[in-house]
Design a protein around this ligand. Structure first.
Ligand code: NAG
Ligand code: NAG
Length: 385
């Protein structure tokens, strides 16, 4: 049962409030923001891995069509057919798409980062890569952990502002997107066959990294930090394929998702929210907002028709065939089976979502229905499409 507060009545009410210049004053206000600073993984990567992988001569598969076919009409390194949540946030705030730190096709320089910079790298983990190396998973984990990303940001910061108080002001006026991060810390061991108990033991370590990054950003001057939780991984074609079971009891009869995997995501999310509560007590001036990605996405599986997902909600739009159109040896690429209409699918490539799904997730965040506390909109330039 999805528990985001969304209801069509609420959304109409909110639209009305936006149409009229009325300010909602009961919850912390999301101010006008001059820039977006983002940390994370493939859910928010706007081109970093593509740039890194190209410079290493082995471009990621997200550097080829059909990636990007719907919106940018070319592959940008985003792991989707079009825009990601971070892109919709940028449009919403009237800011340019957040520039990938490592550079994009246009070869951006630091001067362009005043309105936003994105450190998110596909495959990145919250825990340092060395942690996984010690556990025999080193080859697959990029050295782009949350700590590494934060270190790069601290190196860059002096080029974006002058004095320390200047920098505090700059960061105070920035919207910080912290995550989603941590999903890969679990993905790698899940797909390498680690036991659930071992993976559960990682949760407090992952959260420690997230908490320490938030604390550091607040010390640097951050005032508004959005922290998404994890998605219902038991509904993703990659997990459904890898952990396919003949035991019907393992599946939720109403959605077809794997219960034990969704319970794991919920466990991470509950623990994350506890940590965020504690951080709010320590930093009452900061606006720490949890984004409930789990329930925002679970609604797709509970009532796909409401979202126009009539292509087969548990199947990927682009993949190597099979029950869920996902095959880890034949990932989404130009030779894959690509659906005609990606907007009829929630899953793009079996792991990542379609632009259509990301847009719904963005909406449930922007209207405050899937955020804690409720996201408030008081910036006059903000407008829904
Ligand atoms: C990751 O990169 C940093 C430098 O950016 C280096 O100090 C560290 O040893 C690297 N870690 C691994 C596991 O390669
Ligand atoms: C997955 O793809 C590989 C490589 O194309 C192929 O050999 C294999 O049969 C596929 N597996 C399934 C279950 O379709």
């Amino acid at each position: 049962m999805a528990s985001c507060m969304a209801s069509s009545l609420f959304q109409k009410h909110l639209l009305l409030l936006i149409a009229l210049p009325i300010v909602i004053s009961s919850s912390p206000a999301l101010r006008c923001h001059d820039s977006i600073i983002s940390f994370g993984d493939s859910l928010a990567d706007t081109g970093n891995l593509l740039h890194i992988s190209r410079s290493e001569g082995r471009p990621t598969h997200a550097g080829f069509l059909p990636y990007g076919e719907t919106y940018f009409r070319r592959p940008t390194g985003r792991f989707s057919d079009g825009r990601l949540v971070i892109d919709f946030v940028a449009e919403w705030l009237g800011l340019p798409y957040v520039a990938p730190y490592y550079g994009d096709d246009g070869g951006r320089s630091a001067a362009d980062f005043g309105k936003g910079v994105n450190f998110a790298v596909a495959g990145a983990t919250a825990l340092d890569a060395g942690f996984f190396e010690g556990r025999g998973m080193g080859n697959s984990v990029p050295n782009e952990s949350l700590g590494v990303q934060l270190g790069l940001f601290k190196e860059l910061l002096p080029s974006l502002c002058d004095t320390s108080s200047d920098c505090k002001e700059f960061l105070g006026k920035s919207l910080v997107l912290l995550g989603e991060i941590g999903g890969n810390d679990y993905n790698y061991p899940f797909f390498m066959g680690s036991h659930l108990e071992e993976i559960q033991d990682l949760v407090p370590l992952v959260l420690e990294e997230i908490v320490s990054a938030i604390s550091e950003l607040i010390d640097l001057g951050a005032e508004t930090i959005l922290v998404p939780g994890n998605f219902p991984i038991g509904c993703l074609p990659a997990y459904l394929t890898e952990f396919q079971s003949s035991d019907k009891e393992e599946y939720d009869p109403s959605t077809g998702c794997l219960n034990w995997l969704n319970e794991f995501s919920q466990y991470h999310n509950e623990q994350l929210q506890r940590k965020l509560n504690h951080l709010r007590e320590l930093h009452p001036q900061a606006n720490i907002i949890y984004i409930d990605y789990y329930n925002a996405a679970l609604r797709f599986y509970e009532s796909p028709d409401k979202f126009g997902f009539d292509g087969g909600i548990l199947r990927a739009c682009c993949g190597g065939g099979g029950t869920y159109n996902y095959n880890s040896s034949a990932l989404c690429n130009s030779n894959a089976r690509v659906c005609d209409d990606p907007s009829a699918y929630a899953s793009w490539d079996g792991i990542h979502f379609t632009e259509a799904a990301y847009r719904w997730i963005f909406k449930s965040m922007a209207d405050g229905s899937c955020t804690v506390p409720k996201l408030d909109i008081s910036c006059p330039s903000l407008a829904f499409e």
